[in-house]
Design a binder for this molecule. Sequence first.
Ligand code: ADP
Length: 687
Amino acid sequence: MNVDALSDHLSKYVVDILKKRGIERLYPPQEEAVRKGLFSNKNLVVAIPTASGKTLIAELAMIYEVIRGGKCLYTVPLRALAGEKFEEFSKWEEIGVKIGISTGDYESRDEWLGECDIVVTTSEKADSLLRNEASWLRNLSLLVVDEIHLIDSAKRGATLEVLIAKLKKLNPNLRIIALSATIPNADEIAEWLNAELIKSEWRPTPLYEYVFYPGRLLKFENGFLREVKAESSIERLIVRTLEEGGQVLVFESTRRNAESYAVKISGYTKEFVEDNSDVAEKVLEENEGEMSRKLSECVKLGSAFHHAGLLNSQRVAIEKAFREGRIKVLVATPTLAAGVNLPARRVILKSYRRYDSGAYAPIMVSEYKQMAGRAGRPGLDEYGEAIIVTKTRDEALKVAERYLAGEPEKVISKLGSETHLRFHTLSLISEGIASSFEDLLDFYSTTFFAYQNEFTLEWEIRRIVLQLEKWGMIVEYAPTSFGKLVSKLYIDPLSGFIFKEELSKFDELSDLAMLHLICRTPDMELLSIRKADGWIENELENLREELTYYPSIYSAEYDFFLREFKTALCLYDWINERDEDIICEKYGIAPGDLRRIVETAEWLMHSLRRIAEHLSHNLASKALKLEMRLKYGVKEELLDLVKLKNVGRKRARKLYNAGIRNLEDLIQNRKIAEKLIGSRIVEKILS
Ligand code: ADP
């Protein structure tokens, strides 16, 4: 179908924009979407491979909606993706469509988004906006859910299905368009949403799949394996791709393996690279620690590694350079497959295992399909190739049967767990969506969980209601002010209860005890204990007096407690201005991990502060200071300085030590400041 045909439903201007983007004809699945009611009020579930044009289907539906005077919400699973989509959609501003993005702090309403026609957000943020009564979410006419197959995610899937059910309830005429990877039970999702299903294996570039074992490459075709050629090594496979002008994406099981393979392969990529020095510099802009230096060296030579320990700015720089073809080989851990969209001619799974919670486990078939789906850059490569590396012929055959011939796993609702039900039940009562037991059952009966399961959650919900009552969060299916606050803060009710209990026991707490308190909540991501962490117990001996809680060394909780204590110590070092690289080395983490932990801690300290304020507890002001100190990573005396734009913890310390303690001092001692941190920076701060 030629895009000119769309001008009946959209307008000539819209078609012109598509053409400007190089889109002349619709892909077959897109055409099918049009046939099945893209330009109508019908709900759609689109389950097609990566890069086969899902986003465009959603864009066309949204523009159609906006032209009709409607308002759209587009939800994504990751913050990084929200930014990507926002940028993509901003192209429509040319025809007057207003695009907004909301990924910031919880406990805000972002009412200005009411002005936007299309808002991009993560599902958690959308849920938190609902809890904070953002009025514009009650005027939605179209909801687009990207990556709906993530309903299967143990951690985040429940929020996704509850969000959909809530928005449907609040906007009875809401149209839903759900985008999914190819999953075997897409029909279930479609039936749940009362939607037309568009399911296809069509790809803009064909995908060829292989298994490798030393000396041999086997191609999978029409259900059979065929020996194609003798191949001496993976490195040969990679170099051959580079010689033909392609790029390679390699998946490794652990961060350490990803890093060392990126280093190894840089010896080969260096022949193919021009000048990457600007990217290499960018990688060192925020941090110059060991990991960052290693990454920067790799980038110079045309390779890179990608894992959750990278800083955000590093990740963005690497992804951009890879898209531009300047990084030839990217070695990633499996987390990448679920996130950003980075196609390459060849995808090589050096390992089909992943390392998680202390153990190796084979990846799921669906994960393999996601990874393999990245092979073949549309418009650049004639085809894509995915290769799984094994050690022996036997292993190769087994792997081929499991991954190449196998179907991805079904998507299964994870809403049934107590933690998720507790979290969402409080929000349903707080938002007034449910004000009786029947209301709760009614609501849960509209979820994907209820669609998939014969039994209801009656018994579990009764128990959770009793618990929330005991914790003082609800009374007879109405929220208390405390319950409402906990729901708006977007923390687990158990965290709220732990905070309240602890505040009721103590008038004063040390900095370390406050940090330990937030580490004792289920919302905190805890560091793990390594073999080399014997020093933690020595530290515990010295600091025991400061803590309000420590279990006996013989108790079952002791190991867990050590992790809490280690995490609290890490945060303590951070707010006492220990150097970032030293912290990373001491605790065995990467800069990206530190930032993530600190961000979560800031949100929990904010919650503790708000609860302390609610209880008129005198620790509220201390919690506020700690919240700020976590945000900036400084001692209290630097708070006035770090609040200034362009002043981070290092610059603030330099200024403070020279007697400059706030903006006034800075203006009066401009010359000294310029000597310390450079005249350009001072100019920026003052302007
Ligand atoms: P998905 O969301 O399915 O992973 P995208 O929608 O991001 O895939 O599409 C991948 C790429 O293909 C994008 O660069 C997009 O602009 C392009 N594209 C989509 N539809 C068409 C089309 N009909 N013709 C040409 N390019 C297209």
